[in-house]
Design a binder for this molecule. Structure first.
Ligand SMILES: Nc1nc2c(c(=O)[nH]1)N[C@H]1C(S)=C(S)[C@@H](COP(=O)(O)O)O[C@H]1N2
Ligand SMILES: [Mo]
Length: 329
């Protein structure tokens, strides 16, 4: 993603960090000893840096622990190995806590209880709901999804959550609602990234009501068979597996239904590179890099990127008649 400094220098995340080298070190460490050929590239300094940043997978009790693991929905299968938890939990984008991938420690500072979600805008009646009420009113399931960041890295993860479709039944939008806008908390006292006032905090994202009603969008409350860790966006985030990862907003505090198309965080920052639709397409390059292939984090491998990240059967129909729009940016 874009990193904006006070001076307006703009460096894409994929060029700002030597990602390939970083990932190879991670793969080596995650695999344990024995990968001598990979180890050859590890300098003492970088190895030490990596070791000191490896995520701690210990967990504190969570009020929803009894709901995990949830039943896995067999309709969603993978064509690749699952990304190990130790890899996914240590390689995150969460700009509230910094612009590096290594934010798991900083993210632990965020309290995720009490947590209220506000539902407002074009709904029958605006209301607030406590996160534990919302989770217990919903049907949790586990789904294995591919996940593709706009920076051309990818992972495969077992998310747990409830469908956005079922959330619409709770929220009760009116027939005037055309878009759903999601917003993250704003608290610069615990999220140092939010002291960078040139970003348009709070992080916000939006989809159409038709996209929201599709079977794929998941309101995610857990991952790897347990409640979400903070770095993944606890206690509630969205997952839209056919879109670039920046659409999958973390730490949701407000869901608003609107008639006009909202502008997202990244669209406000750099609309020419990060648009509203952001559907994955290997043939439409980002203005600064190709999207044809993707790096599977935790491995040495790159694989071809798939149209709609492999979910065309479920979502391609949503875009019929919209071909004049920038559907893949
Ligand atoms: N609130 C918030 N949500 C966010 C982001 C963020 O910085 N803040 N980053 C996005 C981007 S760019 C990606 S790729 C995914 C990363 O999700 P992960 O860390 O669980 O892999 O979260 C998305 N959701
Ligand atoms: Mo991303």
């Amino acid at each position: 993603m874009l990193i904006r400094t006070r001076h307006g220098w703009e460096i894409p995340e994929s060029q700002a960090t030597p990602e390939a080298a970083f990932l190879d070190r991670r793969a080596f460490l995650a695999a344990g000893a024995g990968a001598a050929s990979i180890a050859a590239g590890v300098t003492p300094a970088s190895a030490q840096w990596f070791a000191s940043s490896q995520p701690n997978l210990d967990r504190k009790p969570d009020p929803t622990d009894d709901l995990y693991p949830a039943r896995q929905n067999p309709a969603f299968t993978l064509d690749r190995a699952m990304t190990p938890e130790i890899v996914a939990a240590g390689y995150n984008n969460y700009y509230e806590f910094g612009s590096s991938k290594n934010i798991w420690k900083q993210a632990e500072a965020k309290k995720t209880r009490p947590w209220t979600v506000t539902i407002d805008g074009l709904v029958e009646k605006p209301f607030e709901i406590g996160i534990d009420d919302l989770i217990r009113r919903s049907q949790l399931e586990e789904r294995l999804y591919r996940f593709r960041c706009v920076e051309a890295w990818a992972m495969a993860v077992p998310w747990t959550g409830f469908t956005m479709k079922s959330f619409l039944d709770i929220a009760k939008p009116t027939s005037a609602a055309k878009y759903v806008r999601f917003e993250t908390f704003k608290d610069p006292s615990v999220a140092p990234g939010q002291r960078q006032t040139w970003y348009p905090w709070p992080y916000a994202e939006a989809i159409t009501i038709e996209e929201a009603a599709n079977e794929l969008p998941l309101m995610v409350t857990g991952v790897y068979g347990k409640p979400l860790r903070n770095q993944f966006g606890a206690p509630l985030r969205l997952i839209l597996p056919w879109k670039y990862g920046f659409k999958s907003i973390k730490a949701i505090t407000r869901v608003s239904f609107t008639a006009d198309r909202p502008k997202s965080f990244w669209e406000q920052l750099q609309g020419a590179e990060y648009g509203f639709w952001a559907n994955v397409n290997p043939e439409v390059a980002h203005p600064r890099w190709s999207q044809a292939t993707e790096q599977l984090i935790g491995t040495q491998g790159r694989v071809p990127t798939q149209l709609f990240n492999g979910y065309a059967a479920q979502v391609a129909h949503l875009y019929k008649g919209k071909e004049s729009e920038k559907l893949y940016l």
